[in-house]
Design a protein around this ligand. Structure first.
Ligand code: SF4
Length: 400
C-alpha cells in the first residue's frame, strides 16, 4: 500500500472552553483554565518525544482545534509554536489555522496570532440569530461574530472560515436563510455548514430525550442543504466536500489531508493520528483526559526504546490505544473519505495506492448504490450524485 508517506499534517488539540455548548461532544472542558500552562508544557514535551523518535518530521499543514484554542494567551501560544518549530520542519507555504470562538478574540489578540505565523482563522459563529446562539449555549452574539470577522481582516488574515449550524430545533428555513445571507455578506473565504446532530451525553441529547426540545427534522435539514447548495454556488463558492465550501484557492488543506487519507499526527489530549507503518498504516489516539495527558508526559523520561528504533509508537507514554489498519479497512476508508469530496475518488489513485481496481474490490455495493442513483462513475472518478449527497450516511454504511 502506498500514499501515507511524505510530509504530515499536524493537529494540536486545545481542550479548554469557557462554557460547554449544549450540542457539543468534543473533548472540551469548562473550568480547567488553571491547567493551561501545564498543558502547553505537556504538548511541548510530546512534540520533543516525536522528534526524538522520528526526527524532525516535515509538516505541510498545522491546525489548532478544540475546545477553544483562542482562549490560550499569546505568551503560551508563542511558547507552544516555538517548541513546534524546534521539533518539526514547517514547509514553505504551510497552512496554519486556529479555531476561534468569536467572543474570545480582540484586535490585539488577532494581530498577535498573525505575528506568530497563523495565516488562517476558523470562527465558530454557528448562527447570526442571538436567540439561537443562546439556545446552543454559545457565549457570543451575532454582533460579536461580525466584529471578530472585521478584526481578523484588519489583523491581516486573508483566509477566514465561518462555521455555521443549520437544522436547529424548530428552525424555519427563512431563519437559516437569514443566517447564511449575513455570512455571505461578510465575504468569508470558506464556509463550513453543518447539520445539527444530537450526540450522546450532551445537554441537547438530555433535552431531546425528555421532550423539552424536538429532535432535528431530517426533511427540514435536507431542504436547507438543497437551498444552501444553490445559494452558495450563486455566491461564487465551490462546494468541495459534503459540509464545506471555498472560494478558489481557499480549500482547507488540513482537512483535505483527512479526506484524502494522507498522514497526520495529533498532539494533545484525545488527539488522533494516522501514520505509515510497514505496508499499511497505523491509527492511534492519546489519553483523553487533559489531566491524565499532563501526568503521562510529566512522568516520562523519553520515548520508549522501540520508538527510538523507528517503530510506530504505540508505546509512547501519552498514547492510549491504536490499531493497525489492514488492506480491506484501508480501502473502504479511502473510498468513504473520498466520496465526501465533490470530486469523488480517483480510480487511478485507488489503483496506485492499493494495487486493486476499485470497481472490482467494491463491485457489489457500488453496483447497488449506482442502481439506486446514489453514486456515479464519470471521467475516471466515482462520486456521490446529488441524491447520494442528501443520503450520504446511508451510502457510507453500505460501504463499511
Ligand atoms: S466552544 Fe466548541 S468545543 Fe467548546 S463546548 Fe462549544 S462547541 Fe464544544
Amino acid at each position: 500500500m502506498k500514499g501515507r508517506g511524505g510530509p504530515i499534517s499536524l493537529y494540536v488539540h486545545i481542550p479548554f472552553c469557557e462554557l460547554k455548548c449544549a450540542y457539543c461532544d468534543f473533548n472540551s472542558y469548562a473550568g480547567l483554565e488553571e491547567l493551561m500552562g501545564p498543558y502547553v508544557d505537556a504538548v511541548c514535551r510530546e512534540a520533543a518525544l516525536w522528534s526524538q523518535a522520528m526526527g524532525r518530521l516535515a509538516v505541510r499543514t498545522l491546525f489548532f482545534g478544540g475546545g477553544t484554542p483562542s482562549l490560550l494567551p499569546i505568551p503560551l501560544m508563542e511558547r507552544l509554536l516555538g517548541a513546534l518549530g524546534k521539533h518539526f520542519h514547517f514547509l514553505p507555504g504551510c497552512e496554519v489555522t486556529l479555531e476561534a470562538n468569536p467572543g474570545t478574540v480582540g484586535l490585539q489578540y488577532l494581530k498577535g496570532l498573525a505575528m506568530l505565523g497563523f495565516n488562517r482563522l476558523s470562527l465558530g459563529v454557528q448562527s447570526f440569530q442571538d436567540d439561537e446562539l443562546q439556545a446552543l449555549d454559545r457565549l457570543h452574539t451575532a454582533r460579536q461574530a461580525e466584529e471578530a470577522f472585521g478584526w481578523a481582516r484588519e489583523a491581516g488574515f486573508r483566509s477566514i472560515n465561518l462555521d455555521l449550524i443549520y437544522g436547529l430545533p424548530e428552525q424555519p428555513l427563512e431563519r437559516w436563510q437569514a443566517t447564511l445571507e449575513r455570512a455571505i455578506d461578510l465575504g468569508p473565504d470558506h464556509l463550513s455548514l453543518y447539520a445539527l446532530t444530537v450526540e450522546e451525553g450532551t445537554k441537547l441529547a438530555y433535552q431531546v430525550a425528555r421532550g423539552l426540545v424536538p429532535p432535528p427534522d431530517d426533511d427540514a435539514q435536507a431542504e436547507m442543504l438543497e437551498w444552501s447548495l444553490e445559494r452558495m454556488a450563486a455566491a461564487g463558492y465551490e462546494h468541495y466536500e459534503i459540509s464545506n465550501w471555498a472560494r478558489p484557492g481557499h480549500r482547507c488543506q488540513h482537512n483535505l489531508a483527512y479526506w484524502e487519507c494522507r498522514p497526520y499526527l495529533g498532539l494533545g489530549a484525545g488527539a488522533h493520528s494516522c501514520l505509515p507503518a510497514g505496508d499499511g498504516w497505523v491509527r492511534f489516539w492519546n489519553v483523553y483526559s487533559p489531566r491524565r495527558y499532563i501526568e503521562a508526559l510529566a512522568a516520562s523520561a523519553g520515548p520508549p526504546a522501540d520508538v527510538v528504533a523507528g517503530h510506530v509508537p504505540l508505546s509512547m507514554p501519552q498514547v492510549a490505544g491504536g490499531e493497525v489498519v489492514d488492506l480491506d479497512g484501508a480501502m473502504s476508508e479511502f473510498l468513504i473519505m473520498g466520496l465526501r469530496l465533490s470530486e469523488g475518488v480517483s480510480l487511478e489513485e485507488f489503483r496506485r495506492r492499493f494495487g486493486r481496481e476499485l470497481l472490482e474490490a467494491f463491485a457489489g455495493p457500488v453496483t447497488e448504490l449506482s442502481d439506486l442513483g446514489l453514486v456515479e462513475e464519470r471521467d475516471g472518478r466515482l462520486r456521490l450524485t446529488r441524491r447520494g449527497l442528501l443520503l450520504a450516511n446511508e451510502v457510507f454504511v453500505r460501504l463499511l
